[in-house]
Every structure is written in C-alpha cells, then in structure tokens.
Write a protein that binds this ligand. Structure first.
Ligand SMILES: [Fe+2]
Length: 152
C-alpha cells in the first residue's frame, strides 16, 4: 500500500479510538434494547435493536480496516473500556433518558471523528479518510434519528 509508517500510525490510532468507542456504544445500545420500559416499548425496542446492529457491523469494518493497514485489531473489552470516552450505562429504564444518553454519546463519537478526520486529512491515507467520513455521516444520521424522538 506504500503508506509511510507515520501515516499508518495516525490512521491506526484514530481507528483504535473509534473501535473502542463504537464497542462501548454498541453494548450500551443493546442494553437499552433489552431493558427499556416505556409506553413506546415496541418502537424503542426495535429502534435500539436496529442501531445496535448498525454499530456491530461498523465494529467489524473498523477492525478489518486496521488489519488492512497491517496492524492487529484490539479485541479486549478491558482495553476498550480503558480507551473509550463513551461510558457504560448505569441503571436507566425509561426511554427518554436512554435517548438522551445515546444522543450525548453519538455527539462524543462525532467529535472524536471530526478530530481524527482533521489528522488523517494531512496524510496520504485517503482510504481511511473516506472510511472515517463515512462513519461520521452514519453517526450524524443516528444522532438525528435519536434526537427526533425527544429534545436531547
Ligand atoms: Fe433482540
């Protein structure tokens, strides 16, 4: 692929941070899919389930992108929790609090992605740049869907 080592390091650091945050967010979203208690249960149960599936798919793509750059993908929950800015959920059962919590988390991921995109823009790694922009667009869409349920 002929990328220099410094460019690869910038991309892999960004992808590792994204992987950790996406993993914690996926577990949190699945927790909400299971445990929501709300008059809108059926809708929110499906909504969180769909978002969980989107995040799980993204996790696989992020890890495989790290492998494409020649590095090993971190695969440890303890490691993800150490790196992630997104925090695991405490005990929440009502839908609105869950939506507000996820809106905040997607905004955290969006902020991380914007910073990463700024760094990777300065490298020759256009493949990762495009990938990160795609991830940004998906989180922007998910954040819009979440905040459309409630002012969060
Ligand atoms: Fe399920």
């Amino acid at each position: 692929m002929h990328l220099d080592k410094e460019d690869i390091k910038i991309s892999v650091d960004s992808l590792n941070e994204l992987l950790a945050n996406t993993y914690v967010l996926s577990v949190k979203t699945q927790n909400f899919h299971w445990n929501v208690e709300d008059p809108r249960f059926a809708m929110l149960h499906d909504f969180f389930g769909n978002h969980y599936e989107m995040l799980i798919e993204a996790i696989d793509e992020i890890a495989e992108r790290i492998r494409m750059l020649g590095e090993y993908a971190p695969g440890s929950m303890a490691g993800y929790l150490k790196v992630a800015s997104v925090k695991e959920a405490g005990l929440i059962q009502d839908g609105t609090s869950m939506l507000q919590e996820l809106a905040k988390d997607h905004r955290i991921v969006i902020g991380i992605l914007r910073k990463s995109i700024e760094c990777v823009t300065k490298t020759q790694d256009q493949g990762t740049l495009d990938f990160l922009i795609g991830r940004l667009q998906e989180h922007e869409k998910m954040a819009w869907m979440i905040t459309s349920h409630c002012k969060a």
